[in-house]
Design a protein around this ligand. Structure first.
Ligand code: ADP
Ligand code: MG
Length: 254
């Protein structure tokens, strides 16, 4: 995709720009010349077989992983290497993982206020007001005083989304957010993500939920063996995949 610095062909801003990124784990070339530009408000769904580098790619975007070569920018800013600048940039990138990663010894409300209090320097009443708004938005405001273990997996994952949103991120990364959930809880999390997308949140979503991909994605990225091998609209990808790898991947879905 051709992108001018700080902007896209259609005039909208680029929120995440990944250029020429390579990464190795010892002898394993895990990311091979990854190029990706995600525009403001765009929802990019990343598909691909297990081990293709999807999680690693996501993790490089907020520098949970280093890269060997290339350049990653969030909202035009180069990813800093460490220190305060990195903490600030991490706050711009909300991340939701397969495991909910809530703080087990803190209440639901405290889980959501912690980041704004510590990283954003918000005052407590303001942070609590924000947290309650976000908990209401994801439908768990009535659970605010409980501890994470008292909530269902689906509720915990929605709290994890609220917690990420509390930092007012420029982009949300989701890495298989429903893979650890019981089937009956998957939709409540996907529905929360769909409403976020409709509100214009910029999102990168790794998922195996093809219904979600068809419905919510503006663009599908298909990865195999550390490379982006296909990039298209959901319509094109699901009806007319171009590569054998993508055809094979789709043929194995139930
Ligand atoms: P995906 O999310 O698509 O399943 P990953 O990004 O998790 O793929 O992994 C890509 C490849 O990198 C896999 O072969 C995996 O075993 C390997 N890998 C992931 N993390 C590490 C690590 N910390 N050290 C060594 N190899 C790793
Ligand atoms: Mg993964």
């Amino acid at each position: 995709m051709s992108t001018a610095p700080g902007g896209r062909a259609d005039g909208s801003a680029t929120v995440v720009s990944v250029k020429g990124v390579n990464k190795h784990y010892g002898p394993l070339h895990v990311l091979k010349d990854i190029n990706l530009a995600v525009g403001k408000g765009e929802v990019v769904v990343v598909l691909g077989p297990s081990g293709s580098g999807k999680s690693t790619m996501c993790r490089t975007i907020n520098r949970l992983e280093t890269i060997d070569e290339g350049e990653i920018r969030v909202d035009g800013e180069l990813l800093p290497q460490e220190g305060k600048a990195l903490a600030k940039l991490r706050a711009e990138v909300g991340m939701v993982f397969q495991s909910f990663n809530l703080f087990a010894n803190k209440s639901i409300l405290e889980n959501v206020t912690l980041g704004p209090l510590k990283v954003r320097g918000m005052k407590k009443p303001e942070a609590e007001k924000l947290a309650l708004e976000l908990l209401a938005k994801v439908g768990v405001a009535n659970q605010k005083d409980k501890m994470p273990a008292q909530l269902s997996g689906g509720q915990q994952q929605r709290v994890a989304i609220a917690r990420a949103l509390a930092m007012r991120p420029k982009v949300m990364l989701f890495d298989e957010p429903t893979s650890a959930l019981d089937p009956e809880m998957i939709n409540e999390v996907l529905d929360t993500m769909i409403s976020l997308a409709r509100e214009g949140m910029t999102m990168i979503v790794v998922t195996h939920e093809m219904g979600f991909a068809r419905k919510a994605a503006d663009r599908i990225i298909f990865m195999a063996d550390g490379q982006i091998v296909e990039e298209s609209t959901p319509e094109e990808f699901f009806t007319n995949p171009q590569t054998d790898r993508a055809k094979d991947f789709l043929s194995k879905l139930i």
